[in-house]
Design a protein around this ligand. Structure first.
Ligand code: 3HC
Length: 293
């Protein structure tokens, strides 16, 4: 393994995918002083991402959380491209946050492995696809792992660092330290398990909420009220599904089912229905709830 695979060798980060997660993760790296390139297939997606980053981090200056200079410097450190492989040539760390589809990620990892410098760590933000399913698409399985952020990434403190059987200790240490340097709290998983830790906890609550709603025990709105006012959760499970994206929940369950073959891991029928109707939550203006504007 390359001797340069250390926290101090990381200066430039490539974030592949400019959806909700990739956008905010890119902003986090830039705010922590890293040069960031965010890539996506479409210029329109990148333009939306750039606007969202500006809006979110300008607010930090308005609120006095960051100085005007810090915010301007962070914005200046961010570049955008539709050519991920060209961008990968001079980066030290890659965080992939593309769509949750195994075949797409495997192709990306194979291509990134060819393009990125030898010392670079290739991490995936996936919560559903463990890096053991990606590592053999590369020639550097020891430098491949999951680095899993939570939505909204600018706010949520936890980052799960999940090793595959071949991930080196150094890669785990460097990735966990990187999470710390961008202000996050790393949680290390010593082995892969579907859903990792936080989503397994969350899934238990969500599945019970879906069962209660389906059985007509209470409305989804009231189940959310119970989670907020009886358990002190910042959001109820249905509000959270809308925030994370019904499409994301659907694809995560499909990926889990693909790994386990367990019919119990398939998306709940209500999620399938919303997914089929294109009601993806906040991003489409309608999911469980309706959103103005
Ligand atoms: N993006 C970035 N920042 C956001 C945001 C968003 N989408 N929504 C809210 N914020 C910021 C606000 O700007 C505000 O910051 P400020 O105080 O500096 O202005 C702060 O968060 C609080 O926002 P609000 O006052 O509007 O609302 P809340 O106090 O209700 O907080 C919340 C919003 C942070 C989203 C809170 O409701 C929460 O923590 N919800 C639970 C989120 C959660 O459980 N996430 C995990 C999802 S699972 C996951 O991501 C796994 C993945 O694999 C799918």
């Amino acid at each position: 393994m390359s001797e340069q695979n250390t926290i101090d060798s990381i200066h430039h980060v490539l974030v592949v995918g400019s959806g909700a997660m990739g956008t905010q993760i890119g902003a986090l790296f830039a705010l922590a002083g890293y040069d960031v390139t965010t890539s996506d297939l479409e210029t329109n997606a990148l333009n939306r991402s750039r606007d969202e980053v500006r809006r979110r981090i300008e607010r930090l200056a308005e609120k006095g959380i960051r100085s005007r200079n810090e915010v301007d410097a962070a914005l200046a450190r961010m570049a955008y491209t539709t050519d991920s492989m060209e961008a990968a040539r001079n980066v030290d760390f890659v965080l992939e946050a593309a769509v949750e589809r195994l075949e797409i990620k495997r192709q990306l990892f194979a291509d990134l492995d060819k393009a990125a410098p030898e010392h670079a760590i290739l991490a995936t933000n996936s919560s559903a696809i463990p890096s053991s399913l990606l590592m053999d698409a590369t020639g550097r399985p020891d430098r491949v792992c999951n680095m899993h952020f939570f939505n909204p990434a600018l706010v949520m403190q936890c980052v799960e660092v999940v090793r595959n059987p071949l991930t080196s200790d150094k890669t785990v240490e460097t990735t966990a330290e990187l999470a710390r340097r961008i202000g996050k709290q790393p949680v290390r998983l010593n082995k892969e398990v579907p859903g990792f830790v936080a989503n397994r906890l969350l899934g238990a609550l969500r599945d019970e909420a879906l069962r209660l709603e389906e059985a007509g025990v209470a409305s989804f709105e009231d189940i959310d009220v119970a989670a907020r006012t009886a358990l002190g959760h910042p959001m109820g499970p249905f509000e959270l599904m809308d925030l994370v994206g019904i499409d994301v929940s659907y694809l995560i369950r499909m990926a889990e089912h693909g790994q386990t073959g367990d019919p119990g891991d398939l998306p709940h029928p209500s999620i399938e229905k919303l997914y089929a109707q294109g009601r993806y939550g906040r991003k489409t203006g309608r999911g469980w709830y309706e959103y103005a504007g």
